[in-house]
Design a protein around this ligand. Sequence first.
Ligand code: GRF
Length: 213
Amino acid sequence: MSAKKRIVILISGRGSNMQALAEADIAQAEIVAVISNRADAAGLLWAAQHGLTTEAISHHDYPGREAFDAALIKHIDAYQPDLVVLAGFMRILTPEFCRHYTDRLINIHPSLLPAFTGLHTHQRALDSGCRVAGCTIHFVTAELDCGPIIAQGVVPVLNGDTADTLAQRVLKIEHQLLPKAVADFVAGNLVVEGNRVKNLADAVTDNVACLKN
Ligand code: GRF
């Protein structure tokens, strides 16, 4: 049996996606550290209480984005991660940081990319009259919220939705989708081909479906 894949999770706040990932207890994965840029992140406390290694590295302690990201790389690499997961890490990352972790850095974004990159995604989906909304797990590239898409989850937009009610509905599928994407990554099922991700597990399913038809 091959060694478990080492995962570092970066958070900035609540950490409910980090929690979903930890609770999924993926057999081939080990969460080796949870790092936050905010010492008061609620998720950091949860992680520590559940026996995970935690670190807080404040961006306020560095003169600029480049210096902070360089320090962050050093801290992360001390854990020798196979995968770095941005789970509500509310920082724009430098191109150097993104390049350093090419094809082993993933993010969860609360919209159906490429629609609504950036912030306030749920209000913008409502303002645009979207009938569906959702979330996207993608590999991170230097361009914000634009890397190859691993998985997407869709929910309906309902009459009377506010940004908050829609966010709650989307968050439920985030919690399902992120552990599945990480499980696919650690199983070696994700192959990046240009801007597309081939999921070898899906290919097997497709083949079976083809045979059945
Ligand atoms: C989630 O909606 C995620 O998609 C976005 O930030 C939020 C983080 O929530 N990137 P949590 O900290 O995981 O609860």
